[in-house]
Design a protein around this ligand. Structure first.
Ligand code: CA
Length: 194
C-alpha cells in the first residue's frame, strides 16, 4: 500500500503541474528555448528537422539549448555532431541514449559520420559521446524556473519516447537534487511530440 500511495502522490504532482501550465500561453516569446530529441537513423526526415531548427535559430526564433539521440545506432550522434558543425553551432551540447535505446539501422549515419567534419572528431562511435540524460538534466538545471519573466523550455521529441521517459524517471544527480518529473515541471513549458 505504501508504494500505491507514493505512486498516487507522484501522479497528483504531475497532474497539478500539467494543470498549472494550461494557464500559460502555449507559444512563448521568441526566441524559443528548445531541446530537440531525435532518432536520427532509420529515416531522413529528422535530418530535415535538424536543418529547420538551425534555420529557425538563424532567424532568431529559436535558441537550441541541447540535442539528444534516442536511437540505438553507433553513428547517429556523430551525424548530429556533423550537422551542428555544418550549420555553425558545433558547441550545442549533445548526447545519446546509453542503456536502453531501441536499436535502429541506417543507410546513411556511418557514411556521413565518416565523411563530414565534426566538432567532436575524437568520438569514434556512440560509446564516446555523453549520456543524453546527463546532458538533459544539466541543461534543464541551468535554466531558470518558469515564472512571469521566464517562459521555460520547449522539448521536442521526433523519435522514440525513451529519453523523455528516462528523464521523467531520473533521480537526483550532480546537476540537480530534483527527481526528473519535478525538474521537468519546473523548467519545461511545453513538450511537443510527433
Ligand atoms: Ca524521427
Amino acid at each position: 500500500m505504501a508504494s500505491d500511495s507514493s505512486d498516487s502522490a507522484d501522479h497528483g504532482r504531475m497532474e497539478e503541474a500539467a494543470w498549472e501550465k494550461k494557464d500559460l500561453d502555449p507559444l512563448p516569446e521568441r526566441p524559443v528555448r528548445v531541446i530537440l530529441d531525435t532518432d536520427l537513423a532509420s529515416d531522413c526526415d529528422d535530418a530535415g528537422a535538424v536543418a529547420v531548427l538551425h534555420a529557425l535559430a538563424d532567424r532568431g526564433e529559436a535558441d537550441i539549448l541541447a540535442m539528444g539521440v534516442s536511437a540505438g545506432n553507433r553513428h547517429s550522434v556523430l551525424v548530429l555532431d556533423a550537422f551542428n558543425t555544418w550549420y555553425g553551432r558545433p558547441d550545442i551540447p549533445i548526447g545519446t541514449v546509453k542503456a536502453s535505446g531501441v536499436s535502429a539501422g541506417s543507410r546513411y549515419t556511418e557514411e556521413i559520420a565518416g565523411e563530414y567534419p565534426r566538432c567532436h572528431d575524437h568520438w569514434e562511435d556512440a560509446d564516446d559521446a555523453p549520456d543524453v540524460m546527463d546532458i538533459y538534466r544539466k541543461t534543464l538545471a541551468s535554466e531558470p524556473d518558469i515564472d512571469d519573466e521566464n517562459p521555460g523550455v520547449v522539448m521536442v521529441s521526433i523519435g522514440y519516447m525513451t529519453n523523455f521517459r528516462d528523464l521523467l524517471q531520473s533521480g537526483p544527480c550532480e546537476h540537480s537534487d530534483l527527481p526528473g518529473d519535478e525538474l521537468v515541471a519546473n523548467k519545461v513549458r511545453l513538450w511537443v511530440c510527433m
